[in-house]
Design a protein around this ligand. Structure first.
Ligand code: SF4
Length: 263
């Protein structure tokens, strides 16, 4: 990098690891810029948690909105084709592109909350002016350390962990079936809103659903059975709290998740 001023930035997803990293770094990099790329479809609990985190950090968290909304992109560019794990256009358009615009052509060090006990790669920009660093990895901090950082700060983990294991859009296709049931119970209007995106083409028989293999109407019809299965799984995990249990389930499934949305 040249002798131009270097910006230090830390992206928050509303998830536990990036939040813990912000707390961990608070007094280490005075000029740190915190930001959150807002898809406009985040959970209310995420916004509430970010407000609390902002107060704790004593610094603003820049809310970066994509210039083109999900609905706009869906209609004008993706022909109603919902994103899915294989065609994750939403991540590119609503998370990565706004971040790169935020960085601009500045020389940027981006702090990423991947832990020492994780064998995965976060989003690392291919732009030459953005360099990613991994303080948890460098300091050998693991899952238990992250939970301790959050608890010691008094913030704990975001309230959505009561029913969902990751941050991200309310309609995120990475949600487990039981999390869709959680959305229906906690945020019935958002569940209804998610349904509005699903489509059935009677001519071709093609179905555009969020959850694999079934529509949200079909999923809703078997909500009780889904809940019972999920409860049995949670009971079988011997962790001290339900928050830990949910966070541990998320860890098991981490490879499927959208890292930049939920770290
Ligand atoms: S949280 Fe899910 S739906 Fe939202 S941008 Fe990320 S992958 Fe897409």
């Amino acid at each position: 990098m040249s002798d131009k001023k270097i910006r230090h930035v830390l992206g928050l997803s509303g998830g536990k690891d990036s939040s813990a990293l912000a707390i961990f770094m608070r007094d280490k990099v005075p000029g740190m810029e915190y930001f959150f790329t807002d898809t406009g479809a985040e959970l209310p609990e995420t916004y509430e948690y970010l407000d609390k985190l902002e107060a704790y950090l004593g610094k603003p968290i820049a809310r970066i909105n994509a210039t083109r909304t999900f609905d706009h992109l869906l209609k004008t560019q993706y022909n109603d084709f919902l994103p899915s794990p294989n065609t994750r256009w939403c991540t590119r358009e609503l998370k990565i592109r706004p971040f790169e615009e935020f960085a601009g052509n500045d020389e940027v060090i981006s702090y990423v909350g991947i832990r020492a006990d994780e064998d995965r790669e976060g989003y690392v920009s291919t732009k030459a002016n953005i360099k990613a660093v991994f303080p948890f990895k460098e300091s050998g901090l693991m899952y238990a350390d992250i939970m301790r950082i959050l608890n010691d700060s008094g913030l704990g983990i975001p309230a959505y962990y009561e029913w969902r294991s990751r941050s991200g859009c309310y309609f995120c296709f990475f949600q487990r079936k039981s999390e869709w049931v959680g959305l229906k119970e906690r945020h019935p209007q958002l569940f209804k809103d998610a349904k509005q995106y699903e489509k059935f083409d009677p001519e071709t028989g093609a179905r555009y659903t969020w959850s694999q293999g079934e529509s949200l109407d079909e999923l809703e019809a078997r909500a009780e059975a889904i809940k019972q299965n999920a409860n049995q799984k949670i009971k079988s995990i011997s962790a001290v709290s339900w928050q830990d249990k949910l966070a541990m389930i998320a860890e098991e499934e981490v490879d499927e998740s959208c890292l930049i949305c939920s770290l």
